[in-house]
Each structure stands twice: as structure tokens, then as C-alpha cells.
Design a protein around this ligand. Structure first.
Ligand code: PLP
Length: 632
């Protein structure tokens, strides 16, 4: 288990139990009142057939843990409240969850429910996100903010203003100067006094991958000149009192508190200036960026780690805002943050199965094979063969590699010219493999084929090379002996994982079928943010199945509170405008034409029609053959 550094990136939610399985502590660390949840038991419950007491869901499966969401929301809130108390800050903290990080209905509902007593709100960056945020916040705290970011058109602004009329705390954050005219005009038309925020384009620059939105050349926000023009215009329209919130976002995954303090400090000065210019400011919204230590290294020099804790992050924010406001004698604002990654990353685990692995296919060579081969080698290749034999006998590693390469190359040329047959070519490969093995140079990295689509479930790995912890979820009491890379089931060479946390190019894995036989399950952890909405349907693999699992006091220490099969083949076909019902009819006619005619020769008509129909209903992933426990 130490090998996978679970204690470094997994705490306080994931560990390993005495059975060698990943254990989950959804409330953060072991508590007296709660037992751990054994992840393998959850997977079995979800995937076992219904007649065996399971839920019959197919892998891959996302295991959602609402208790973790609750814990995250509470931890972030209490980190800020503790810093506020410790530093004598005269304002409170009120967070919002940016729904773009995970728009799943239950995730957003859970966050609103758990955050209600903490005045936790939502952030939306598009019209559908705003619609879902408004409907979820009907059950939230009336004081919760509903922050509207992103590019806005008349419809977006109208909806936000209608929301204000419905008594939501909707804040329209200006991302572009031209949005102001629409806000002024539409709010007059609808007779609504809007709550206006603006996003400042800060000079502070986050240099990491996730910092592309920051700095003077960043995509979003108002420049200093634009901020002044907005203030002037609002003043002229008698609406300067509507400007109440200053927002900024210097990028996700802020690596260090030094950069954080730089950005917050600059924004706090802008805030104080807006107060001086007469706006009725009340809130500073520090955006997202609270990072996750994906590899447990606590290093500020990579995109997958950060050098601070939650408490240190909150303390830095509160301290910097306080000192800027105190210097200018400005009332301490409400602090709002839009942490997404930090709220949802831990709450889900993607579990998938390795279905096969490529064995090192060292050919069994006998002396007869060798002499058969050597007799047929061309002159110059025989020279290489002799040098290779001598180097192998003398254990000369580099020379062996050199001559085996040369030998292979010459034989391939012979094959291309047609003077070597397939058996001879295979014999050369076998001979070279034998030599590699003898000198310890055989490539020991195997490919594990996993029933997963990287494009659907780990799109950030494919798109931006983001690393997530991936580990076997069981057999952790056994030493893994095979170096492996993971290859998914899409027909795409990018559908593979050959880089792992720690920068390793392979992962130590167990032999398949070991440990009493059966399946070999792997988990991708900390992927609860962004991955689900970003995932595409390349090769028409749809999303995974999902189960919601809460801690319970029952005998199994967990209860499944929701189970959702992944999209069927028909569902994914529909997303590309195909019509499965019509496709089925067309294929059925074809079957009648070509197959059913042969009924007299004993075809099972019903089996063919049913097979066709069920193909549309199945998930696109590999399905297990119940009889031999393998895959079709
Ligand atoms: N707020 C805004 C405006 C963003 O663009 C983002 C994402 O980049 C977030 C909040 C969430 O950031 P994070 O997931 O780093 O907390």
C-alpha cells in the first residue's frame, strides 16, 4: 500500500484495511461512531447479479460518496471561520460551489442541502447552469449567493434578473464591459434592482497550466480602465449602489500561498478603491483555485500538487484582506470563494476492471530451431549472429543489444524482399527475446487492458496530461510484481495511460487471476471535479454506471442510496442523432430477409430478434460472460 502513496494523497478519506482492500472514511479519518467502508464490498454489491443480491450494474462504475461532500463543504467553511476568529476579522465567510465542476443533479443537491446552514450557494457560468442552480437553490438558504459568471447575453441576464425578482441572491458578475449596458437596460425594463459584481483582471499571474486565465493577457475580467468606466457609468445612472461584489479568479490549482497572497492582495486593493469611489461594496469573491495534492508530494512546482493545507489557504486569504482593509479603514467584506475542485474531487471513485494483460511472449526456442534459423541466415546476418552469441556468452549488455538490433533489421529486410518466411522471422524475434531475457534486458512492462474509455472518464489525462492516483482497490496485502501500463478499449492509440503520479511510466500491478482468481479492480481517485462533464463519447462509449453510497450503521457499514446504469448503446446512438427504434426495425427486416428465411434449417428466430434488441439496451462496455467469468 505504501507503494501507491495512498496515505499521502488519500488522507483523510482513503486508506487500506487489514484485508488489503481500499477502505473509505467518508467523514474524514476513522471516527469512533463510524466504521470504514470496504470499497471492494461496494463494488461487489453494485456489480453482482440481481439474483445474487447485487444491483446488476456494469463496470466501469463511479462510486459517489455524499458524506465526503458534506465533509468537504464543512471543512472549507470551518477553515475560513477559524481563520476569521483567530485573526479578529469582522466579516463572515460564505462560499459558493461552481456547478461546472460537477453538474450532477445529486451532487449539486447534496452541496446545497449540506451547505444550507452555512449559507453556501452556487456559481453558474451558462444559462443551463443558471437554471439548474436556481432550481436547486429553491431548497437552499435564502441568503446563499447565486453568482453568475461567464459570457452573458440578453437571455442570460434576463434570467438572472428574474431570479433576483424571485428573491434569489443573484449577483451578475460583469466579465466584459459591454455586459453593463444590457444589465442597466434590462433591469430598468424588468423593474429589478440588480446586484452587480465585476471581475477584475489582475496582474498577478499563475504560471502553471491552470493559470491561463490570469495576468494582464488573461481571457476574462475588466482592466483597470474598464473598471473605472463601469463605476462612472453606474454612477451616472444612479446605480452605483448596485455594485457590491468584486470577483477575481487567478486560475485553478493555485500552487502556493505566495501566489495566492499576491492575487488576493491586489484584489483587496481594488476592493478598497471601489469603496473609495462610492460603490456599496460588501463582498470579495476570490474565485476558485484551492488546489488538490493529487500526488501527495506537497510541492508547489507541479500542476498536480500544492504546498498548503486548507487551513493555510484560508488563513492567507483572511490575513491579506484584513490587512489591506485595515490600512484603508475599510469595513471587512464578506469573503466568498468559488472552490470547485476542492469540494468535489474526493467524493467519487471510478472503479474499472483489468480484463487481460499482454504476456511477455518469449518464444520457446530449441537448439533445432536455432540451427534451422542459422542455416538460413544470409552471410552478413550470420556475422551478426556470431557476434551476438559471443556478446551474450560474455554478458556484454550493450553489445548484445547492438547486434540483436542489427540481426533483426537484416532479417526484416530479407522478409520484405520475400526471401525469408514468416516462421524464420518469428524465430529471429524469439532468439532476440531469449537473449534479452538472458541479459535481463527484456522489456518487462506489460499492457493491462482495462474496460474503460479514457476519453469518457479521464478526459483531462488525454487532453492536458493531468495525473490522477490510479491504484488496485484490493490485493494490497500482496506485493505487486508486474510493471504495467493501462490500455483502454477504445480504438484509439491515445486511449492509454502510461504516466502515473510520481512521474512513473508504469504502475506496479498484480498478476491477473491471482489472489484466488476472479476480477482485478482498479480505482481512479480524486476525479470528482471536471472529468464527468468534460468526458466525451469517443467510439460511442457512454458514461459509467453510478452508485451513491452513504455510511450506515448496518452490518455492512454502508447503504446504497441510488443506482444508475450507464447509458445504453441506444442512448449513445441517440446523442449522434441516430434513431435506435428505426435502426432496430431496419436490422430486423434485414434479418428476416437473410437469416429468418433459413428458419427451416433450425435457426432460433426469437434468439436472433432478442439478441438484436438487447444489443441496443446493453452498455457499450465489455460484458462479462457469466459462465466462465471472463469477457466475451
Ligand atoms: N470560478 C471560476 C470563475 C472558474 O473559472 C473556476 C475554474 O477554473 C472556478 C471557480 C473553480 O476553480 P477550482 O475548481 O480551482 O476551485
Amino acid at each position: 500500500a505504501a507503494l501507491y502513496r495512498i496515505d499521502k494523497w488519500g488522507g483523510p478519506y482513503f486508506g487500506v484495511n487489514e484485508n488489503g482492500n481500499v477502505s473509505i472514511y467518508p467523514h474524514g479519518a476513522k471516527t469512533l461512531n463510524h466504521q470504514e467502508i470496504d470499497l471492494l464490498k461496494v463494488v461487489k454489491k453494485a456489480s453482482d447479479a440481481k439474483d445474487e443480491g447485487g444491483l446488476g450494474l456494469q463496470l466501469p462504475i463511479v462510486i459517489r460518496l455524499p458524506d465526503v461532500l458534506k465533509n468537504r463543504v464543512e471543512l472549507i467553511h470551518s477553515a475560513f471561520e477559524s481563520a476569521i476568529e483567530a485573526q479578529g476579522y469582522n466579516g463572515h465567510y460564505q462560499g459558493v460551489f461552481p456547478v461546472k465542476c460537477n453538474q450532477d443533479r445529486f451532487v449539486v443537491d447534496d452541496i446545497v442541502r449540506f451547505g444550507s446552514k452555512l449559507r453556501f450557494g452556487l456559481e453558474a457560468g451558462s444559462k443551463p447552469e443558471l437554471l439548474l442552480a436556481m432550481s436547486c437553490l429553491c431548497r437552499g438558504n435564502p441568503e446563499a449567493f447565486l453568482v453568475c459568471n461567464g459570457f452573458k447575453d440578453v437571455e442570460f441576464i434576463t434570467l438572472a434578473l428574474v431570479g433576483r425578482k424571485m428573491n434569489f441572491n443573484t449577483v451578475i458578475v460583469l466579465e466584459l464591459e459591454q455586459e453593463l449596458d444590457m444589465v442597466i437596460e434590462l433591469s430598468r425594463k424588468l423593474g429589478v434592482r440588480p446586484l452587480i459584481g465585476m471581475r477584475a483582471k489582475l496582474r498577478a499571474k499563475h504560471e502553471g497550466h491552470f493559470g491561463a486565465t490570469s495576468g494582464e493577457r488573461g481571457k476574462f475580467g475588466l482592466t483597470t480602465t474598464q473598471i473605472l468606466r463601469v463605476v462612472r457609468k453606474l454612477d451616472e445612472c444612479g446605480m452605483l449602489d448596485c455594485l457590491q461584489l468584486l470577483h477575481f479568479h487567478i486560475g485553478s490549482q493555485i500552487p502556493s500561498t505566495a501566489l495566492l497572497a499576491d492575487g488576493v492582495g491586489e484584489a483587496a486593493q481594488v476592493y478598497c478603491e471601489l469603496v473609495r469611489l462610492g460603490a456599496r461594496m460588501g463582498v470579495i469573491d476570490i474565485g476558485g483555485g484551492l488546489g488538490i495534492d493529487y500526488d501527495g508530494s506537497k510541492s508547489p512546482n507541479s500542476d498536480v500538487s500544492v504546498d498548503y493545507t486548507l487551513e493555510e489557504y484560508a488563513a492567507a486569504v483572511v490575513g491579506v484582506i484584513k490587512s489591506a482593509c485595515d490600512r484603508k479603514m475599510v469595513k471587512h467584506p464578506v469573503i466568498c470563494s468559488e472552490s470547485g475542485r476542492a469540494i468535489v474531487s474526493h467524493h467519487s471513485v471510478l472503479v474499472f476492471e483489468a480484463v487481460s494483460s499482454s504476456k511477455n511472449s518469449v518464444q520457446q526456442m530449441t537448439p533445432v530451431d536455432v540451427s534451422y534459423l542459422v542455416e538460413r541466415l544470409p552471410e552478413d546476418a550470420i556475422v551478426d549472429y556470431r557476434k551476438l552469441s559471443a556478446a551474450a556468452t560474455g554478458g556484454e549488455y550493450e553489445t548484445c543489444l547492438l547486434y540483436s538490433d542489427q540481426l533483426k533489421q537484416k532479417c526484416v529486410e530479407q522478409f520484405k524482399e520475400g526471401s525469408f518466411d514468416l516462421e524464420q522471422l518469428a524465430a529471429v524475434d524469439g532468439l532476440c527475446d531469449l537473449v534479452y531475457k538472458a541479459i535481463g534486458a527484456s522489456d518487462p512492462v506489460r499492457t493491462y487492458h482495462v474496460n474503460l474509455s479514457v476519453f469518457t472518464s479521464i478526459p483531462d489525462f488525454w487532453g492536458i496530461g493531468q495525473l490522477f492516483p490510479i491504484v488496485p482497490i484490493h490485493r494490497l496485502e500482496q506485493k505487486p510484481v508486474v510493471k504495467g501500463t493501462l490500455s483502454d478499449i477504445t480504438c484509439d492509440s491515445d486511449g492509454k495511460i502510461g504516466k502515473f503520479i510520481g512521474g512513473e511510466e508504469s504502475l506496479l500491478l498484480h498478476e491477473l487471476g491471482g489472489g484466488g482468481g476472479g476480477s482485478y479492480y482498479l480505482g481512479m481517485f480524486l476525479g470528482g471535479a471536471y472529468e464527468e462533464a468534460l468526458g466525451g463519447i469517443h467510439n460511442l462509449f457512454g458514461g459509467p454506471s453510478v452508485v451513491r453510497v452513504s455510511q450506515s450503521d448496518g452490518p455492512h457499514s454502508f447503504a446504497v442510496t441510488g443506482a444508475f446504469p450507464g447509458p445504453s448503446c441506444a442512448d449513445v446512438l441517440r446523442t449522434m442523432q441516430h434513431e435506435p427504434e428505426m435502426m432496430f426495425q431496419t436490422l430486423k427486416h434485414r434479418a428476416e430477409e437473410y437469416v429468418f428465411d433459413e428458419g427451416a434449417r433450425g435457426f432460433d428466430h426469437d434468439a436472433i430478434a432478442t439478441g438484436l434488441a438487447s444489443s441496443f439496451q446493453n452498455m457499450p462496455y465489455l460484458v462479462k460472460d457469466d459462465d466462465d467469468n471472463g469477457y466475451y
